[in-house]
Design a protein around this ligand. Structure first.
Ligand code: UD1
Length: 427
């Protein structure tokens, strides 16, 4: 297994270009299952989860074409579907594989999708996806770790009125996709409003879907018989951009972040400014952060969009270890998302965990040691901690970070970080 070696203490200076959003690219790729015609996607990030999704779609009989592998441009043509089976071997590393369930059952009338794996951040069930599809008339059974969904007699799901008990991002996306090909109208209430959901709506509309309610928590979808091909460029990755904002702030550097969407980063920008890191928005696709030696504590509570993203919580914790005073970080979305805290404590951070709250007292002098990455965003938090720690930090199990950050080592090196990937001898 590859590891990262970081020698901390260097302020980062220069320009970082943000890649496409993994969490937009994954549903966009799954949406290609809704039509027999080709869907061409641009600005796809070159990360492991995308490769997994491409393999999964290919297994389901879609033709996946790229100039290279990995690449930023994909064409997916699902002329036929193979009874729509998503096998455990392909989905075990990626929870987002559940995104194939809605489109596959809507298009093929039947789908057989392994229960997903993914980040180890709590139970993360898919009960809301399944209950909502059942409301659309799907017969659902689970056996041997697989979900089997079958559309009613004529093979088409039926429009329904669905109120999500809890806000779920991929649940909203799954049902949105399923509803585009259903018979009649579907109303989805208490939907996620993440920019990635809106991006999916834009793609589906280009494919011929009738959807109303963009950026709101109530979506109305009038099902159509067929969707067609489309060309779409996915939005920039707001979590990658946020991670680099913290990197600039925490190292006392000066980073310009291009190709990003500042409009999607409101809560993160406001919090970093409150913590004493001034952020400028020179234009609609660029941010600049200038670090300061005097970061101040600020409390954070994770929330659904437009609140502070849970996917930025670990990175913010790294920053809080360097801020003067006590920051209380409350995680409301996932129940087990503080695994990075104990690793940061091993580096010298002063953190105590009380249920869903982490109390971080700073500034702490971090020192390098060997730490374990436990999930995708936790790994990013540890990289940030390593960038300010004295001496050498080794981060183990970086396959987690490779799932979602494109060329993070190269991007950090280009702005002056002392970071290397140590390739494992066992391949
Ligand atoms: C998506 C993102 C992930 C992000 C998360 C929250 C993708 C591919 N992943 O994950 O990066 O951290 O949103 O912003 O877009 N829940 C249930 N039952 C369900 C579904 C969810 O109880 O059927 C719970 C979850 O356990 C969690 C909460 O709802 O506590 C929110 O999860 P959800 O929004 O579904 O996360 P994902 O869509 O998996």
């Amino acid at each position: 297994m590859d590891r990262f070696q970081i020698r901390g203490g260097k302020p980062l200076h220069g320009t970082v270009t943000i890649s496409g959003a993994k969490n937009s690219a994954l549903p966009a790729m799954a949406a290609a299952l809704l039509t027999a015609e080709p869907v061409t996607l641009h600005n796809i990030p070159m990360v492991r989860d995308i490769i997994t999704m491409a393999r999964l779609l290919a297994f389901m009989s879609a033709r996946v074409t790229t100039t290279d592998f990995p690449a930023a441009d994909y064409t997916i043509e699902a002329a036929t579907l193979n009874g729509a089976v998503a096998p455990y071997e392909l989905v075990k590393t990626m929870r987002a594989s559940i995104l194939t369930l809605g489109p596959a059952v809507a298009r093929a009338g039947i789908a057989h999708v392994s229960l997903p794996g993914g980040c180890s951040i709590g139970a993360r069930p898919v009960d809301l996806h399944v209950a909502a599809l059942a409301k659309m008339g799907a017969e659902i059974s689970t056996d041997h770790g697989y979900i089997r969904a079958k559309a009613p007699g004529n093979g088409r799901l039926k429009g329904a009125h669905i109120i999500f008990e809890k806000i779920t991002v991929t649940g909203t996306e799954n049902l949105l996709m399923a509803a585009t090909l259903a018979e009649g109208e579907t109303n989805l209430e208490n939907c996620a409003r993440e920019p990635e959901v809106t991006d999916l709506i834009h793609l589906l509309r280009k494919m011929g879907a009738e959807i109303h309610g963009d950026d709101t928590s109530t979506l109305r979808i009038r099902g159509v018989e067929k969707l067609h091909g489309a060309i779409h460029s996915v939005i920039p990755d707001r979590i990658e951009a946020g991670t680099f904002l913290v990197a600039g702030a925490i190292t006392g550097g000066d980073l310009t972040i291009t190709n990003c969407a500042p409009a999607h980063l409101g809560a993160v920008i406001a919090k970093l400014e409150k913590a004493g890191a001034p952020i400028e928005t020179p234009n609609a696709t660029t941010l600049r952060v200038r670090g300061t030696k005097a970061l101040a504590a600020a409390d954070v509570t994770t929330e659904e969009y437009p609140g502070f993203a849970t996917d930025m919580q670990a990175q913010y914790m790294a920053l809080a270890t360097q801020a003067e005073g006590t920051s209380v970080i409350t995680e409301t979305i996932f129940e087990n998302r503080f695994l990075h805290a104990s690793e940061m404590m091993r580096m010298g951070a002063n953190i105590s965990i009380e249920g869903r709250r982490a109390v971080v007292r700073g500034p702490a002098k971090l020192t390098g040691t060997t730490v374990q990455a436990s999930d995708l965003r936790a790994s990013a938090g540890l990289v940030l901690a390593g960038l300010v720690a004295s001496g050498e930090t080794i981060i183990d199990r970086v396959y987690h970070i490779d799932r979602g950050y494109e060329r993070i080592v190269e991007k950090l090196q280009a702005v002056g970080a002392d970071i290397e990937r140590l390739h494992s001898k066992d391949g």
